[in-house]
Design a protein around this ligand. Structure first.
Ligand SMILES: Cc1ncc(COP(=O)(O)O)c(C=O)c1O
Length: 498
């Protein structure tokens, strides 16, 4: 679409406004049209610069003669609501831009109760926190964007965008594209020792939807669930929204403390864990803990939800196999995502579902979004099959390892042992804990004003006392930036200690 054809409101030119016409009314048609346009302009629904349909087109759409339309347009032009531009058509007058009426309808102004579901109120309030969207130094969930093979990616996007036909535009399998699921299946078997068949894989819009569908399939209101303490906040939101009773179970260097979980709540319905790289503290669940957890799940008849969000990146030790791969009683639901390994705005993740639950997952998905969007599944399948995916992982692993080492060295040099680092062996972030007396939220708020994005660790805790510290992402922070950002961090801590 050319810019000439685009209206100032961003809506394509010639979009028909809602103008009600009543042929039986005593008010003549041209007057009804005039009033309709005028009201739409004054309410702000038709903005300055918006192109109105030609009189012929509007007459045709409304099934009336062209005369009342030309009369109404003439009146609106005469009064300055419309302007005509030679060779382009008729537009809502741009001189009205300063006079836009602010009497917006549909604004809550009543004192009567506006009752919401209790369910929706269980989910923590959304907060527009500065560190959530800041892009750059220490931002969490940010890959090395400038290293992404955009050329190859764009070629694949262009190729698939040009394709057309029913398979491109029509409803598809609720599990997702078969080619894509086959590619993921083979990747997971090889790199994560996941036991799966393509028909057990469901493509979803990131881990978040995987968690939401899983909660709907497996959990009821009032169910007790184990959640790591500290944990990924958005896992907690899903479980709170499902009405579950959260049982925060401490984690240590071996992952979730299964014995503590059994003492606290032996009959929990499920355990939500990040065994490959605990979020946010970074430990890897030890083999004995894994067996203990699987054993508990079998005895308690509980489910284990394995969130394997960034296991591609391990630096000192070999990739470890998934918990799902050790499970002999089909009690583990495995969740993966492309958000870390590629980028988060893709919104593509997957669930490996125990075979007997696949039908239930499909039913729940049908009630949610029916099936996943087509385009990026196809792009990603080719991206994987052409070898770009594994090449990218290999390259990023080397790069992130360098950045991780630079960060660890800089922190040690700047702080000695004052700041403790956790989870340095894997992933794209480390957790840095502070000595007592500091408030991580206060420091993070000040840091954001300096374009330094520190995620406060304390927010990952469900219970007090929480540990104060920061989750420091280094995926998108190059070495020079790391040195500078660590100095900024030191300045902030010095200022906070006075
Ligand atoms: C623990 C954990 N799980 C999952 C994800 C990914 O979520 P999504 O796939 O919805 O982007 C993240 C963040 O990227 C995370 O930190």
């Amino acid at each position: 679409m050319t810019s000439k054809k685009r209206s100032a409101t961003g809506i394509s030119s010639g979009t028909l406004p809602v103008i009600a016409i009543d042929r039986r009314a005593t008010l003549p048609l041209h007057r009804q049209l005039y009033e309709g346009f005028r009201a739409a302009i004054l309410s702000g629904n038709l903005g300055p610069g918006h192109q109105v349909p030609s009189s012929r087109m509007l007459a045709m759409e409304l099934g009336i003669s062209r005369f009342p339309v030309t009369d109404a347009y003439a009146q609106l032009l005469a009064e300055g609501y419309f302007e005509s531009r030679a060779g382009s058509g008729t537009f809502v007058s741009s001189s009205l831009s300063m006079q836009r009426n602010s009497t917006k309808k549909n604004v809550f102004n009543s004192t009567s109760a506006r009752q919401l579901s209790k369910r929706s109120l269980l989910i923590p309030q959304y907060e527009n926190l500065p560190w959530r969207y800041g892009w750059g130094a220490f931002g969490v969930h940010q890959p090395a964007f400038d290293e992404f093979p955009f050329e190859a990616w764009s070629r694949l996007v262009a190729r698939h965008s040009r394709r057309h036909g029913p398979q491109v535009i029509h409803h598809t399998n609720p599990l997702g594209s078969e080619r894509f699921r086959a590619a993921i299946c083979s990747y997971l078997r090889i790199s994560r020792a996941v036991q799966c068949e393509p028909d057990q894989i469901m493509i979803v819009s990131g881990s978040q939807q995987a968690l939401e569908i899983t909660a709907r399939v497996l959990l009821d209101t009032g169910d007790a669930v184990w959640i790591e303490e500290p944990a990924y906040q958005l896992t907690r939101s899903v479980l709170l929204g499902a009405g579950c009773r959260l049982k925060p179970i401490p984690v240590d260097g071996d992952g979730i403390d299964v014995a503590a979980g059994i003492r606290r709540c032996p009959n929990a319905r499920a355990a939500f864990v990040t065994p490959s790289h605990q979020y946010p503290l970074g430990s890897t669940m030890s083999a004995s803990r894994r067996l203990q957890l699987l054993n508990w799940a079998e005895i308690a008849g509980a489910w284990i939800i394995e969130d394997d969000y960034d296991s591609e990146y391990r630096y000192e030790v070999m990739p470890i196999s998934s918990l799902q791969g050790l499970d002999s009683s089909a009690r583990v639901i495995y969740i993966g995502t492309f958000s870390k390994v590629l980028f988060a705005s893709l919104r593509i993740g997957y669930i490996v579902i125990p075979a007997d639950l696949v039908d239930r997952y499909i039913s729940v998905r049908m009630a949610m979004d029916i099936f996943p969007p087509y385009l990026y599944q196809e792009v990603l399948t080719d991206f994987m099959q052409c070898g770009h995916f594994t090449r990218h992982i290999r390259k990023m692993r080397a790069l992130y390892k360098e950045r991780r080492t630079a960060l660890v060295n800089s922190i040690h040099a700047a702080f000695g042992g004052t700041i403790e680092l956790h989870g340095v062996e894997a992933g794209m972030h480390v957790a840095a804990t502070l000595p007592s007396g500091f408030s991580d939220i206060q420091i993070a708020t000040k840091a954001a004003q300096r374009q330094l994005w520190l995620w406060p660790l304390s927010r990952c805790y469900a219970n007090e006392p929480s540990r104060q510290g920061f989750i420091l992402g280094y995926g998108n922070t190059c070495e020079e930036q790391i040195f500078h950002a660590v100095h900024q961090l030191r300045d902030l801590l010095v200022a906070a200690s006075h």
